[in-house]
Design a protein around this ligand. Structure first.
Ligand code: HEC
Ligand code: HEC
Ligand code: HEC
Ligand code: HEC
Ligand code: HEC
Length: 216
């Protein structure tokens, strides 16, 4: 039978198949990088709020403790968000004519809570609990970054499973003394691994990597 295709097309088709495999791998790789990129995880992107509440002002300049507003962070899974009354403790006197505070005063008048936009949010199928972390020596800044330097709140970590597991496999890398959990200035010491190992023993910290820890 007469040859329909010239011999050279064999090479051509091999090159094409080979190339196609590479292109597919390239696309998958790019998608993989994309879903883990800060663009998707929203790391470092300040979240616009109905009121431009500044942690930098309130925490750093005014020295207000996290627990004044996030009252349940030590005792419950949920850190707690401040009701408008908490703002009014000060703002019934302070900045009463400030235009940016108008939604706060309206909320106080009407009893309609301010609708803060979420910054950190896990999917529904993930279980998280603040109190256990706070009571076992994991500081706010380890997960939320330098909140005291944020004029608008932003996500400091990806909150992806690999991020949780990196710490759960070896918490000694991150744990700090309990009296430093709320500190914005604590830095890991040069011998963090050794100091962390001691705390892991002292606080009876376990390495929890079972799926059912976070998926229940
Ligand atoms: C005066 C009250 C007040 C204090 C003090 C305060 N916060 Fe907040 N916090 C808020 C308000 C209001 C919001 C919602 C608006 C926003 O996201 O900025 C918030 C939001 C947050 C969020 C993001 C919540 C989300 O949706 O994921 C984190 C994290 C947070 N605060 C951590 C802290 C830490 C850590 C401290 C202590 C260093 C602290 N806050 C002190 C009032 C406060
Ligand atoms: C313990 C007192 C206190 C509490 C509670 C408090 N604030 Fe403030 N707030 C201040 C002070 C003091 C300033 C001035 C900030 C600065 O320049 O350091 C301020 C400034 C502000 C400003 C900027 C006002 C302007 O015109 O620039 C906004 C907005 C604001 N606060 C919102 C809130 C909200 C929302 C809450 C409740 C979640 C709240 N504050 C709770 C003391 C407080
Ligand atoms: C081990 C990491 C970790 C630590 C430590 C941590 N947080 Fe969070 N925080 C998270 C995650 C994850 C979320 C999102 C939770 C969700 O969507 O269910 C969150 C959410 C929040 C919220 C929004 C309300 C809520 O509970 O969902 C606030 C406010 C907050 N954190 C404040 C704090 C403060 C204050 C501290 C320190 C006392 C702290 N966090 C320590 C990981 C952490
Ligand atoms: C920087 C360290 C660190 C990070 C990040 C972290 N954890 Fe943890 N987590 C711990 C430590 C320490 C414990 C306490 C373990 C123990 O019980 O001894 C803990 C405990 C828990 C528990 C309670 C387990 C139980 O049996 O009650 C849950 C649930 C949990 N973590 C979920 C998460 C999730 C979900 C994330 C990510 C969004 C996360 N953690 C990120 C350090 C961390
Ligand atoms: C320390 C907490 C933690 C543990 C332990 C954990 N996961 Fe996850 N898992 C998460 C978080 C957080 C997410 C959400 C990730 C996101 O939103 O990107 C997640 C997401 C997932 C998803 C959805 C797909 C994805 O990757 O986003 C699957 C499937 C999953 N986990 C399976 C498992 C299995 C199987 C195990 C046990 C081998 C396990 N997880 C253990 C925290 C955990």
């Amino acid at each position: 039978m007469a040859q329909i295709f010239h011999r050279s097309t064999n090479t051509l088709s091999r090159v094409t198949i080979f190339g196609a495999v590479f292109i597919v791998a390239g696309i998958l790789g790019a998608v993989g990088i994309f879903v883990r990129s800060p663009y998707v995880t929203r790391e470092g992107v300040p979240v616009v709020q109905p009121v431009p509440f500044s942690h930098k002002h309130h925490v750093n300049d005014d020295g207000i403790d996290c627990r004044y507003c996030h009252t349940s962070v030590e005792v419950s899974s949920f850190a707690g968000m401040p009701p408008t009354e908490t703002c009014m403790n000060c703002h019934s006197q302070l900045f009463t004519t400030s235009p940016v505070l108008v939604p706060v005063f309206a909320s106080a008048r009407t009893d309609m809570p301010i609708q803060w936009n979420r910054v950190n949010q896990l999917p529904d199928f993930v279980y998280f609990d603040h109190s256990i972390h706070v009571n076992k020596g994991v500081g706010c800044t380890t997960c939320h970054g330098q909140v005291d330097q944020m004029p608008l709140m932003m996500r400091a970590a990806s909150l992806q499973m690999t991020w949780c597991l990196d710490c759960h496999r070896d918490p000694a890398k991150y744990v700090r003394p309990l009296d430093q959990v709320f500190s914005m200035t604590w830095q890991p010491p040069a011998d963090q691994l050794e100091a962390g190992k001691k705390l892991v023993t002292e606080y009876h910290i376990e390495s929890k990597t079972n799926c059912s820890t976070c998926h229940r």
